[in-house]
Structures are given as structure tokens and as C-alpha cells.
Unconditional design. Structure first.
Length: 266
């Protein structure tokens, strides 16, 4: 019997999976085994949900639908972890996109899964491919593609689909940023039967060495946003100063609604 995806906890209007690195890796391993059945099951996709993504989904029902239809939506940021703990998941830990990518690559090298890299500039993909192969000897990187910043034409998208199908990957890592990567995965669910797609955000730049990651203590304490803002202020100031601060009052309102109401005495 296929392994069931983890249950989700609603945070604002998005279901965030109560899960762990080990569970996601185990599910991806089981799902790749299902590719051998005939016919193979539909493609699956995994989102690494951040506060930024939750706020975008709050404002855009289409993004909300895409996130809610994900087979797994991991709590990528500490504020989402804290919110889940406040709603009855006291042991929930962060399942961070860049770390999840490494865990999945480690398992892929161990059991022979094939991976495909979609996203990043060509020079970044070259660096990333070399570093992943150095870190995980035997890792099968079946192919990669660096999409342009503009939307692909229908002909270009068809060529990319053929490229990926010819590469025959078990896992596709998608690193083109939120919400583009979530849209891409949702739109291509019918294109790659049996494949698992994982949106990993900035992981390509981190693991290629192009962008520094926040120190572990900042990540644990929910301060990664401050580090990233200091490193890339021109690109990220709007996200961290205008968009993500809206999460706290939305979380607070949801928490207030969850309290049992006390009936007034008559």
C-alpha cells in the first residue's frame, strides 16, 4: 500500500505538513519505487512553505490552491514552526529547503535515484553539479536546465518537457523562487508521470557557493531573514520589510479564533 502523505495543519489559509526530513526522504524513496508500476502514478510535488509564500497565498487564491494541492508543504521558516507548535504540534521542527535538498541527494546517491536540476543560471548549475557530485559520490544527475527569467514560450516549454522526459529522473529539484517554482510544478504535474518535484528556492545558489547562508544560530532563532536582508538588500527588502511582517497579526487572529468561547451567564 502506498505511503500516505503527512497530515497538514492549517496556518492562515495554507495547510502545512506535520513532517520531518526523514519522513519526506522516505516518501520520496517510496514514490520513486512506484514509478516502476504500470501505469506509473501522477507526478507529485513538494513545496517548502515560507512566511513569504503564506502571505502571497493569503492575497492570491490561485497561489493558495497550488500550495494546498501540494502533496507535502514543509514548514521552511521558524515562524511557521512556532505557529504549528502553538496549534498543537509541540514537536514540529523546521524542514528547510536547502537542507532537504541535501538529504534527498544523499539518499539518491545511496539508492541510485536520478535527479534533474531546473533553475539557476548556467554558471550556477555548473558549480552546483560539481559540488553535489563531490559531496555525494555516485549521485546520478541526469540533466539540468537554466530557464530564462521571462516566461517560456509554448515551443520552449515543449522542448524542456522532452529534455526532462529523456533524462528520466526520479526527482526534479526546482529552484526558480516562490511563487514561480510552485506554479511550474503545479502546471507540469501531468507531464512527468511518477516523478517527484521539489521546490527548493534559494538552495541552488547556497549549495553552488554563490550566496552565503545564515549562521545556524540565526536560523534556529528565526533571524535568517535579517541575515539575508543584509546580504541582498536590493532584492529582498520588499519581502522582509513589507510582506512577511503581515504574518504575525494573521497568526494572532487565527489563534484568537481557536480559543473556546465562554458562554455568558444569563
Amino acid at each position: 500500500m502506498p505511503l500516505a502523505p503527512p497530515e497538514k495543519q492549517q496556518i492562515v489559509n495554507i495547510g502545512i505538513s506535520r513532517t520531518s526530513y526523514a519522513e519526506v526522504v522516505a516518501l520520496c524513496r517510496a514514490w520513486s519505487e512506484e514509478r516502476k508500476t504500470s501505469p506509473p502514478p501522477r507526478a507529485r510535488y513538494i513545496c517548502v512553505a515560507s512566511v513569504h509564500g503564506v502571505i502571497l497565498a493569503h492575497d492570491d487564491p490561485h497561489i493558495a490552491r497550488i500550495l494546498n494541492e501540494a502533496d507535502i508543504a514543509t514548514p521552511d521558516g521558524m515562524p511557521l514552526v512556532w505557529a504549528m507548535r502553538s496549534f498543537g504540534s509541540p514537536h514540529q521542527q523546521r524542514v528547510y529547503g536547502p537542507t532537504l535538498m541535501l538529504e534527498l541527494c544523499r539518499e539518491a546517491a545511496r539508492i541510485g535515484q536520478r535527479i534533474f536540476l531546473y533553475g539557476g543560471r548556467e554558471d550556477i548549475l555548473a558549480l552546483l553539479t560539481g559540488r553535489l557530485r563531490e559531496r555525494f559520490p555516485g549521485l546520478s544527475i541526469a540533466g539540468s536546465y537554466s530557464p530564462p527569467f521571462r516566461p517560456l514560450t509554448a515551443a520552449e516549454d515543449a522542448r524542456v518537457r522532452q529534455l526532462i522526459l529523456h533524462a528520466d529522473p526520479d526527482l526534479i529539484f526546482v529552484g526558480i523562487g516562490t511563487p514561480k517554482q510552485e506554479r511550474w510544478m503545479s502546471e507540469h504535474r501531468a507531464c512527468f508521470p511518477g516523478v517527484t518535484m521539489i521546490g527548493v528556492g534559494a538552495a541552488f545558489d547556497f549549495h553552488a557557493g554563490r550566496t552565503r547562508q545564515a549562521p545556524a544560530w540565526m536560523q534556529r532563532n528565526g533571524l535568517e531573514w535579517l541575515f539575508r536582508l543584509a546580504v541582498e538588500p536590493a532584492r529582498l527588502w520588499k519581502r522582509y520589510l513589507l510582506i512577511t511582517p503581515r504574518f504575525l497579526p494573521l497568526w494572532a487572529m487565527q489563534k484568537l479564533r481557536s480559543f473556546p468561547r465562554v458562554k455568558a451567564r444569563t
